[in-house]
Ligand binder design. Structure first.
Ligand code: HEC
Ligand code: HEC
Ligand code: HEC
Ligand code: HEC
Length: 125
């Protein structure tokens, strides 16, 4: 009886965890930070497609391998929008996004936009 209850508790926990992750991970995300002098349009990406194609820590690089928390730190918490250098926010996104796309393109694999600005920043109407 005790063991039976234990497995129900375990199943409930596992389900809650799976639902928790599913809910925590948005279908689409819009990256729209504030910059001192913003010129480009916000960037929309399918988080679902990306989370299926790559490990979480390929992008959320401060996570440990295999870690899938329900909440993550914003890139902007550490990479500052006012910093236009190597460690700045724009560079962090461009390196992360474009380096992976370029690497996959070079391998002849299915990937996202590499250099074309409008691939990620849709032109203003
Ligand atoms: C693979 C996707 C991708 C491509 C291609 C890309 N960018 Fe970006 N870019 C981003 C992301 C993501 C951000 C972060 C946006 C934010 O933080 O709001 C960004 C931010 C920026 C910013 C800083 C925010 C602003 O609006 O001032 C500039 C400037 C910029 N990109 C210019 C360009 C230009 C110019 C090109 C083409 C030569 C380009 N990007 C191509 C993804 C891309
Ligand atoms: C291709 C890169 C990439 C991959 C892979 C990825 N994420 Fe994200 N994720 C992002 C970006 C970019 C954001 C927006 C955060 C920001 O811009 O500060 C985000 C946002 C989130 C958010 C916050 C959602 C919100 O609405 O604010 C959670 C939670 C999250 N990711 C979890 C995960 C988990 C768990 C995985 C692995 C199963 C994962 N991510 C895989 C790039 C990625
Ligand atoms: C907790 C702070 C923190 C967060 C959150 C964070 N970064 Fe970083 N990031 C750093 C530090 C510190 C470095 C430089 C040291 C290093 O190489 O790890 C760095 C380096 C990078 C680099 C340079 C290449 C590399 O991996 O060394 C890229 C690209 C990058 N971050 C992208 C991102 C993106 C995209 C996000 C959000 C999805 C993000 N970072 C979130 C702290 C952070
Ligand atoms: C680890 C590799 C990797 C990283 C990092 C990555 N991408 Fe992608 N991206 C892919 C792959 C693979 C596809 C093609 C997925 C498919 O169509 O099955 C893709 C497709 C896309 C597409 C077209 C589909 C969609 O989501 O609308 C866009 C736009 C895109 N990426 C934007 C971004 C942006 C913006 C970032 C950075 C925040 C980023 N990607 C980071 C691998 C990556």
């Amino acid at each position: 009886m005790k063991r039976w209850i234990n497995s129900i508790v375990l199943i409930a926990f596992a389900t809650a965890t799976i639902i928790g992750i599913a809910l925590a991970q948005p279908e689409k995300i819009t990256i729209n930070n504030k910059y001192p002098n913003k010129v480009q349009t916000p960037v929309v990406l399918s988080h679902k497609v990306h989370a299926a194609a790559a490990a979480c820590n390929e992008c959320h690089h401060t996570l440990k391998k295999g870690e899938q928390p329900a909440t993550v730190q914003k890139c902007a918490e550490c990479h500052k929008a006012a910093d236009s250098g190597e460690k700045g926010l724009k560079k962090a996104y461009h390196s992360n996004c474009q380096d992976c796309h370029k690497k996959l393109a070079a391998e002849g694999k299915k990937t996202g936009p590499t250099v074309k600005c409008s691939g990620c920043h849709p032109s203003k109407k």
